[in-house]
Design a protein around this ligand. Sequence first.
Ligand code: MTE
Ligand code: MO
Length: 253
Amino acid sequence: MSKLMTRRTLITTALGAAAGASGIAVAARLANRFGLIPPDNGGVFGIGETLTYAAQRILMSHHSLAREFSRSEISKVAPVNGDPPETEAYQSLLHSRFADWRLTVDGLVARPSSFTLEELKRLPSRTQITLHACEMGWSFVAEWTGVPLNYLLSSVGILPQARYVVLLPLDPWWESIDMADALHPQTLLAYAMNGEELSAPHGAPLRLRLPRQLGYKNVKYLSHIKVVDSVKNIGKGVGGANVEDGYAWYAGI
Ligand SMILES: Nc1nc2c(c(=O)[nH]1)N[C@H]1C(S)=C(S)[C@@H](COP(=O)(O)O)O[C@H]1N2
Ligand SMILES: [Mo]
């Protein structure tokens, strides 16, 4: 048995046993020791969330890939959930084809930066056909093209204290993800869908594509990415607008 397997087995067994036998406190302490506490660990489902997240992070390789499909499997219909912001600001950005839009990248990075859409399109891109699965039960397969978030983050330099990437859009929706997902090769900042410029309903000018998590984590209408060591001081401190409404912070699929 490899060293890694031994450690995995040990941690999961220990977490499970601790949760079963002596409850929350011990499991939480163990998970914390290995940096496996999700930001929403405090609620009613806290211990469940911690065990799900910890087990996933220990058992799966950080870079295990979501399934990719062939062109013939692309869905004919792609539903929309969450209409574009109705604000004048968004309408005027849309009208000027996002000429004045910028993606700001700041927080725990060596070189805080901002990018125009054109600049992002000139960076290395990845195209992938993956399943988008909404937590409400529907899904579709589409092709997305964009800049790998790991490329963008490396280009601005991630500081060693970085633990989460916060995704802030032009509407009140926001989410955060851990560094394992932020650096995963399939995590994209997508500006195109099915070979065409991303439409407003699907999140123009830029959206997160995170095929290893449910729909609501795939933030649309992005404008700001912030690298942080904690989400405690953002909103209610649980890591996302939807988490504040009772959804799990970690929505792995
Ligand atoms: N900014 C923002 N991002 C969002 C939403 C939203 O309302 N606003 N809806 C989310 C939900 S619940 C889903 S399922 C997907 C839907 O993406 P689609 O409209 O491209 O299908 O976007 C997610 N990202
Ligand atoms: Mo969703």
